[in-house]
Design a protein around this ligand. Sequence first.
Ligand code: ADP
Ligand code: MG
Length: 517
Amino acid sequence: MPKTSTKFDQITPSEFFYRNRDLAGFSNPAKALYTATRELVENSLDACESSGILPKINVRLIPTSDDESKTDPRNYLLRVIDNGPGIDSKQAPYAFGRVFYGSKYSLRQARGMFGMGGTMAVLYGQITTSKPVSLITSTNGKDFHKFSILIDIQNNSPIVVDKDVIQHDGSSGTSIEIKLEGDALRSSSKLHDYFRQTALVTPYAEISFLDPHGRFWFYSQSTNQMPKPPGETKPHPHGFDFEAMRRLIGSSDDQTLQKLLMNNFHRVGPTTALNFSKFVGIDSNSNPKDLSNSEIVNVVDYLHKFDSFLPPDSNCLSPLGSDILNAGMMNELNPEFSTITIRPPSAYSGFPFIIEVGLAYGGKVSRNGVSLFRFANRIPLLYDEGSDVAWQVVKEIIDRRNYKIPDNAPLAIITHMCSTKIPYKSVGKEFIGERPEVERELKNGVREVMRQLRLYLSRKGSAEAVKRRQNIYLKYLPLIAEFSKELSGAKKLPKYESLMKQYSNSDNTNEEADINA
Ligand code: ADP
Ligand code: MG
């Protein structure tokens, strides 16, 4: 038998996603159109919010001129313009021309997390239409840097095809234009769900969308209250691993184990660092660079076991809060009854998180069973609902008999998880994994809003029963008066007007006031 030699090769991140684009949510032209739009909008929202700017985002999706007469799938032009802080002109080509290049790798709550969403949209556009991406960005509102960029996929680096600077009086922001193959017919409903649900949790943003059918959708800004920008935090010892520790020791100048722990970990002070050193049995004054491999393994192992570390502080997180969530629910669902519960901060594997749950009943809420709107760091999650921990929790809890909810009740539940790291099950950011701590907080939140709904429905039920009784009295009182006059042989009807007045005045206004209290 002839001997064949095995050929080895290596590929870059761009090449990897070029070959496996399904992993990033670009599996077919319909999903790709949706994912590309979403990634660009999310970049704009992240950028505006991190600079405290009330977002104004304009999205346009139209068939390209040479493709207008064709049917789907065909080529589209996707343009997203924002009023954000803009991108530094030296970074801009890399931000969109290199996979895994971004500004969100620190521990901070953000929509983007892999440095690849917007870049993947550019890459997908390039491989389906061979056209470069057009980017205009300004950080000062005067110099507008224009770029035409292609990605050198084999080398994972940008090729600047064209660039220019235009002076112009305006405001900072970014405009990005991608030509890509898409299927608008099959992605239309997901795109509209996406914008509507985004409006639900970002009522402080103004978003307009010109869809491929020429329809214009406008989501107005209904509050100018913005959640505080998320802060950056250090890693918590419970979430640290061996590789991270090896790198930290390599790069830090800290001379002692105690200093290393104090300066690089979240909520570790001198006493905790000292107690930890005793716990692991290593002198707190030893130089971390002198630790042997097995000692480093020990340190990391004990970091996870030591239970005197303070839990992660959630101050760096930026939950929506009741006012903003309520403004979004009123605007988009206009419910008859709504309630919100914000769970106390919690943590999984050293990452802090907060769960917020809203419930809307009646009004514009659809009657087709329970609608669940899932959000993670303010991103609507529209695919793979069944695999998401939130859906599993809601399915388990919502037993209509337990909460006395009528069948076909118009009920919407909104779950929002914010964290420095969302435990997504895929890079496509579509569903959250079952972490026991996350599951527990979701359960408590959903139970609480359901209890509130049950209370509302039972008060409403008794108010209606009272009203029904009063209506019966009002109907029969004159007859009873007439009968008693005949029976007693009196000449006049007994005085019952004041009773009538009492029943008709004491209609259910007081009860209503109670219900809404
Ligand atoms: P990610 O959002 O996961 O970091 P992206 O590929 O989507 O990755 O974006 C890469 C980087 O480009 C971001 O980290 C951000 O710094 C920058 N960026 C993208 N879009 C914008 C925008 N509209 N305004 C400002 N910066 C942006
Ligand atoms: Mg992104």
